[in-house]
Design a binder for this molecule. Structure first.
Ligand SMILES: [Zn+2]
Length: 313
């Protein structure tokens, strides 16, 4: 079944046949906090493997609406003078790890009624289509970097988002945290003040250097419109995705990105597109102190590392 799914997701029959026989099924291992992210699709991008060769080079000026508009030569200073060091300019062309790409689209899969319990299922469902909470996940193409098309920076790839939340990886550079037990740094848009205890988010953590990049390049955060906090624990709360009607099984209009708690009644009828975590043991993060502790030279080195890791091949 996974093989058939692989063929469905791949651009050509020949390429997939070769990839299927030479690489086998993909398992994005995780499991530190939640469940393993299992993806029945073999031609994975190299950046999906934390041990992969990161040989690609930065390509300045890559188009994209959110993270690509670095201003070379202009040094960033937070407008209220909040940072005691002048941040190095963020590298242009950074495409966050969790970003969506034009060729990694939602795959159309017929929905049916689940046999073993109430809820929706895929006609050709595999064990890899559900997370360990039993929730069905949307199927998205997952391609090697060279075949992803162009970055869609307003979109998020569900599998990469899920993997980043699962392992508390940096959502920009995909680095795993120095201590899997936390605390983890979260950088959120300032929509309602400081990050609150128990606040829910689908935004995976960032490492400190990527926080310094994000506040310069991410449109949603620029101009100081961000809040930062450390969370020691981030238990899985639920998922976000479209709801399906229990009678018609059709997607419910106006419920395309509903927040659904694990174990709730609607968890049976959602097709998850994001994992949602709950921020626990929250303390405000002093980014000024974090940036100063790294220092400008180290930040420059880290920016170069991130540029190399995240650039479009
Ligand atoms: Zn990072």
């Amino acid at each position: 079944m996974a093989e058939a799914w692989t063929y469905q997701a791949a651009p050509s029959h020949e390429a997939t046949g070769e990839e299927w026989t030479t690489q086998g099924i993909a398992v994005l291992t995780a499991g530190i906090v939640w469940d393993a992210v299992r993806v029945p699709y073999t031609p994975l991008g190299a950046d999906l493997d934390r041990h992969a060769d990161q040989g690609w080079r930065a390509r300045p000026g890559t188009p994209g609406p959110v993270m690509s508009s670095g201003v070379p030569g202009r040094h960033f200073r937070f407008d209220k003078g909040r940072f005691s060091i002048v941040l190095p300019p963020a590298p242009p062309g950074v495409v966050p790890y969790i970003a969506g790409w034009s060729e990694e689209r939602l795959l159309k899969c017929p929905i049916t009624r689940r046999r073993v319990a109430p809820g929706i299922a895929y006609v050709d469902e595999t064990p890899y289509d559900r997370d360990s909470f039993g929730v069905l996940w949307a199927r998205y193409a997952l391609r090697p970097k060279q075949r992803r098309g162009t970055p869609q920076l307003r979109n998020v790839h569900p599998y990469r988002q899920r993997r980043a939340m699962l392992n508390m990886m940096c959502q920009v550079c995909s680095r795993t945290p120095p201590d899997p037990h936390g605390p983890h740094l979260f950088l959120l848009r300032d929509s309602c003040g400081a990050v609150r205890e128990g606040e829910r988010t689908t935004s995976p953590p960032v490492c400190v250097p990527c926080a310094a990049i994000s506040i310069q390049l991410c449109r949603a955060l620029r101009g100081g419109r961000f809040v930062a906090a450390w969370a020691r624990r981030v238990p899985a709360w639920g998922v976000v995705g479209p709801l399906h009607h229990p009678v018609t099984l059709r997607a419910v209009p106006g419920c395309q990105m509903e927040q659904v708690k694990y174990g709730s009644q609607w968890a049976l009828w959602v097709r998850a597109a994001r994992t949602m975590g709950e921020l626990r043991d929250v303390t405000a993060a002093d980014l000024d102190r974090e940036f100063a502790a790294l220092g400008r030279d180290r930040l420059e080195e880290e920016f170069a590392r991130v540029a190399e890791l995240t650039a479009v091949a």
